[in-house]
Design a protein around this ligand. Structure first.
Ligand code: GLU
Length: 428
């Protein structure tokens, strides 16, 4: 690999734009457009509940280590709260609060009956053994046993967690209630109540919303090039499904660096390579290396940031060449970049719309668990695609009606639904 291809870890939160402030500045614009009353504004601007837990875990060397974990419930007016659990060394309460609020808006934009929540544990899962991760996950579940529940708060995977952690969580929770409780968590392994189509769901939603946006821009998928930042679950599935639709994927990146091929990268080969090389693209011969930062500003039509928060900022937004940005990650664009992107006329399919395919199929998983009836893959994808396409159209029409960017339109749709529900439910 060329020496210049250096992966940069995301900066600790204090060096970045605060995601909670980024979220609130968009929320404020949408609230203003909607003419949201002060009472509802004040209810929605802060989370319903924030829980901080101390988790003592015996490490493999026999020493006890204490980890700090969070669960933030942003809002439950539309239903039980829903949202993933993140394991990362940079987890910060403000970030979890922003991510929890984004879940409220995300569930509302796709019209599923959930509120929003998020969890996180400050830890570095890459340096922990499976045994340590299992003990940590069980300690977290036990500490939050009165918060979680199929009708209260339903976790799911996020960065650093997957089906394995969800299985431990389901098992530990089931022990505390004395009955197998599959609907307490989504993103489980298939054999224990997971849903067909859940693994690829977020990437699939990114693909569906990309095609819908290309349609509005009058562009044909087969005549369009794309760059995808991040080759984890969301990025690799988005790249694969867009590649299958005929887009030329000129650049992809992962933790090992960024890779470019002007003739297009064969994504099936890239995924096969990654799977055979400890989940990394390092050494992949189907592309040459490029500077990781350049991926965001390279010469492509569509940019899919599908890694971490705050990668598109006021420092690089001016140099973006893509006509369309589809946000696979949560919060990849800082609020300070919004005006620059809008001025350049770039269409953005915002995170709360573009990556909502994951929580949509999580909802299907929960429904199947409660029905005790497994859906076919066709049922899952057909219903999820329709929900994504309908949500895209609703946000697009809202953006046309108010002459506002898609991001603010998505907030308008979501906040309006939540605010109307408050009006009907009343009860303050
Ligand atoms: N963590 C994912 C997200 O940010 C999925 C959440 C869920 O399925 O509940 O949307």
């Amino acid at each position: 690999m060329a020496a210049h291809t250096v992966y940069k870890e995301p900066a600790p939160i204090m060096d970045r734009e605060n995601p909670l402030e980024s979220m609130m500045s968009r929320f404020n614009i949408a609230a203003e457009i909607l003419g949201l009353d002060d009472e509802t504004y004040n209810v929605l601007k802060a989370p319903d509940k924030q829980v901080i837990v101390n988790l003592p875990v015996t490490m493999d060397d026999g020493k006890l280590r204490v980890f700090e974990g969070y669960r933030v419930i942003h809002n439950t007016i539309l239903g039980p709260s829903k949202g993933g659990i993140r394991y990362d060394k940079h987890v910060h309460l403000d970030e979890v609060k922003a991510l929890a609020a984004w879940m409220t808006w995300k569930c509302a934009v796709v019209d599923i009956p959930y509120g929003g929540a998020k969890g996180g544990i400050i830890c570095d899962p890459t340096t922990m053994s499976p045994g340590e991760l299992e003990r940590l996950t069980r300690a977290y579940t036990l500490a939050l046993k009165d918060v979680f529940g199929p009708d209260r708060d339903i976790p799911a995977p996020d960065m650093g967690t997957g089906p394995r952690e969800m299985a431990w969580l389901m098992d530990e929770f089931s022990k505390t209630v004395g009955a197998t409780s599959p609907a307490v968590v989504t993103g489980k392994p298939l054999v224990m109540g997971g849903s067909l189509g859940r693994t690829e769901a977020t990437g699939r939603g990114v693909m569906v919303s990309t095609l819908a946006a290309l349609g509005k821009l009058g562009l044909k998928p087969t005549e369009v090039s794309a760059a995808v930042q991040g080759f984890g679950n969301v990025g690799s599935w988005a790249a694969k499904l867009l590649f299958d639709k005929g887009l030329k994927i000129k650049a992809v990146s992962d933790i090992s660096g960024a890779y470019w091929n002007d003739n297009g990268i064969n994504i099936d080969e890239a995924i096969a390579y990654k799977n055979a090389h400890s989940g990394r693209l390092e050494g992949f011969s189907g592309a040459s290396t490029m500077d990781a930062d350049d991926l965001l500003t390279c010469d492509v039509d569509v940019l899919v940031p599908a890694a971490v928060e705050d990668v598109i900022t006021e420092h690089n937004a001016r140099d973006i060449k893509a006509k369309l940005i589809v946000e696979g990650a949560n919060g990849p664009t800082s609020a300070s970049a919004d005006p620059i992107i809008n001025e350049k006329g770039i269409m953005v399919v915002p995170d709360i719309l573009a990556n909502s395919g994951g929580v949509t199929v999580s909802y299907f998983e929960w429904v199947q668990n409660r029905q005790g009836f497994k859906w076919t893959e066709e049922m899952v994808t057909e219903r999820a695609d329709r929900i994504m396409a309908d949500a895209f159209e609703k946000v697009y029409q809202t953006s046309q009606k108010y002459k506002i960017p898609m991001r603010i339109a998505a907030y308008v749709v979501s906040i309006d639904k939540v605010a109307q529900t408050y009006k009907f439910r009343g009860g303050f």
